[in-house]
Unconditional design. Structure first.
Length: 602
């Protein structure tokens, strides 16, 4: 049977309260009550809920999946509805939401750790509140006062859920090809706002229909009659499953339905729906913000979702690692090299290598993901506009790296977990295969790895000609210099590797920017994925270097800090250093593109 999930509380508390900018976040307006003890209490209670309520649903959900009937009504996997009710009653849905709408107002830094637990315990379940959180964020930023009043309180509480409707059968990731239509109605809708008729089909809609709540608030991209072509002609609409009257009461059903559920490789318990709008009388929606600015507004939601999907990659890796570690310490097979006694396979050199890769990379992923969350907190609430803009720039820079690197790493690490189990990992009974299957989607939805890489290079780096990159690399160098000053061989070795890594990444970024400036986009973007992955490994090394400095100062206190120092050392020497070779792929350029196009012709 699969091993039970145990939230790594000590690891999480270390990153939240000792490694990331906890004191700065606690000093923000509205966070005067935030102290390490409060964060630890929240994490402890979240750990209990994730272990006792959500984790038992993981295998059940995978085996049963969600079901849809001929009327388009969806039933979630056994136990999901009861667990969601407990989730809402405990107030977890509004953890980081604004107190203005009865949320708890805790920072993203704390919520990142809680979200890791939800996804590690049952990723299929966690997708529902994750998408709702993104929809809340979009309406907070861009919705009308009426929309905020009618929808946000019940979405924040979790009584209603939210979705994001972008993709269409003919469009895929090319949102310029969105064809769903919207046209103004002659009368106001039940909410009292001007109504629009929505007609079209959307695919891959996570929790597009379900039986967890009485209403679902869909955010839908569509085109008005006067819309210009391309992405600049897309508008955003609120389209509720059930109409909401002007006084907030539920009205009749809107003209929308789930035509079918996708049959997927993993996350079987998450109902991924094909949604049809306006087949009969016409679905009624309400314009969010101004016409033709829908993609801009939706990016508010997508940016949040991309960070959360990066955290999913971290979470599923942690779950897979825990299971591999437990199995490796239980399974006795063969004799360990150069030892006379039989020991668990955890002591075989290659299994030891795999476990070390998994643990050290997870430590780095967690640190970088939580750091990005802290930057978003600082950007949202810092009272100084210039400083807030600087924090936003840092958060924007980190998010595509976190999303791409953590999710691609999750496919590596969950595969390693299967390998640790050997043949037992390839059969479903152990549960290792489920983590591998579930992880695969994380590199695809909310923008594939290539989309993240293109955003990283084409927007985040090109926008300021690498200025934010240079700032962060200067901080990596400063961390390396601090490590070099410590009286510890591992710290000095890490310092040398980090300094080399900075030079390699800086050169790679410069080469990519020069290709763009020289009007060689193919040469630049041929290396964009290797570049974002290289950035992930180097920035992960930076966070591990920072962790090593904290651990070295405290290693006499407890074994935990000694292990953190060793994990950081292993990461720099066994993970980061070999990955610096990605720089060659970054600079492969037009020649590599031409070669590949030649030898892969159909």
């Amino acid at each position: 049977m699969p091993a039970d999930y145990q939230a790594p509380l000590r690891e999480m508390q270390f990153v939240v309260t000792e490694l990331c900018d906890f004191n700065q976040v606690a000093a923000l307006p509205g966070q005067q009550d935030l102290e390490p003890s409060l964060a630890e209490a929240v994490l402890s209670e979240a750990a209990r809920f994730s272990q006792e309520v959500l984790s038992p649903l993981n295998v059940v959900g995978d085996q049963s999946g969600a079901q849809v009937n001929t009327a388009g009504e969806v039933s979630c996997a056994p136990g999901f509805k009861q667990a969601y009710s407990q989730f809402v009653e405990a107030g977890w849905n509004g953890l980081s939401c604004s107190t203005e709408y009865d949320g708890q107002g805790l920072p993203q830094l704390v919520a990142a750790a809680v979200n890791e637990m939800w996804n590690a315990s049952c990723m299929s379940f966690a997708l529902c509140p994750m998408l709702t959180a993104g929809a809340i964020h979009a309406l907070e930023r861009h919705g009308s006062e009426t929309q905020k009043r009618l929808y946000l309180p019940k979405m924040v509480s979790g009584e209603w859920t939210g979705t994001m409707n972008l993709t269409e059968p003919q469009a895929g990731s090319d949102l310029a090809a969105v064809a769903t239509k919207a046209w103004p109605l002659n009368e106001t809708g039940p909410s009292g706002e001007p109504g629009y008729c929505i007609h079209g089909t959307k695919i891959y809609i996570t929790y597009g229909n379900h039986d967890l709540t009485e209403n679902i608030i869909h955010l839908v991209l569509a085109r008005l009659p006067d819309a210009p072509e391309g992405v600049k002609g897309i508008s955003l609409f609120v389209v509720p499953k059930h109409h909401v009257t002007a006084n907030g009461e539920l009205g009749g059903a809107n003209d929308l339905k789930s035509v079918s559920l996708e049959h997927k490789l993993g996350i079987h318990a998450s109902p991924t729906a094909v949604m049809s709008y306006g087949e009969a009388s016409g679905a009624v929606g309400y314009l969010v913000g101004e016409p033709h600015r829908g993609l801009e507004y939706m990016f508010t939601m997508m940016n949040d979702a991309r960070l959360q999907v990066g955290i999913q990659g971290l979470a599923i890796s942690e779950r897979a690692y825990q299971q591999a570690l437990a199995y490796a310490h239980e399974r006795i097979q063969g004799r360990v090299l150069a030892q006379s006694e039989s020991k668990p396979i955890a002591y075989h050199p290659d299994v030891c290598r795999l476990l070390g890769q998994m643990k050290s990379r997870i430590d780095a992923m967690r640190a970088l993901a939580y750091e990005a969350a802290a930057m978003l907190d600082m950007a949202a609430y810092c009272p100084d506009p210039a400083q807030a803009a600087a924090f936003q720039s840092r958060g924007d820079f980190l998010i595509p790296v976190v999303k791409a690197w953590c999710t691609e790493s999750s496919t590596d690490l969950t595969s390693m977990a299967v390998q640790v189990h050997g043949g037992m990992g390839y059969v479903e009974e152990t549960g290792a295969a489920q983590h591998f299957r579930d992880a695969r989607i994380t590199t695809i939805y909310e923008g594939t790895t290539a989309i993240q890489a293109n955003d990283f290079l084409g927007r985040k780096l090109a926008r300021d000609k690498g200025a934010e990159a240079r700032r962060i690399l200067q901080e990596v160098q400063a961390t390396a210099r601090q490590l070099a000053e410590e009286n510890h061989d591992d710290c000095k070795a890490m310092a040398a590797i980090l300094l080399k890594a900075v030079a390699v990444l800086e050169e790679s970024i410069q080469a990519s920017l020069e290709a763009l400036q020289n009007q060689q986009p193919v040469a630049a973007f041929m290396g964009s994925v290797p570049l974002v992955m290289l950035s992930g490994y180097v920035l992960g090394g930076w966070m591990m270097g920072r962790a090593a400095l904290v651990a070295y100062a405290k290693q006499s206190d407890e074994t935990f800090y000694d292990r953190k120092l060793k994990s950081a050392s292993f990461y720099c020497q066994q993970v980061l250093l070999p990955q610096l070779g990605l720089a060659h792929a970054v600079k492969a350029g037009q020649q590599a593109y031409d070669q590949v196009c030649d030898f892969t012709q159909a």
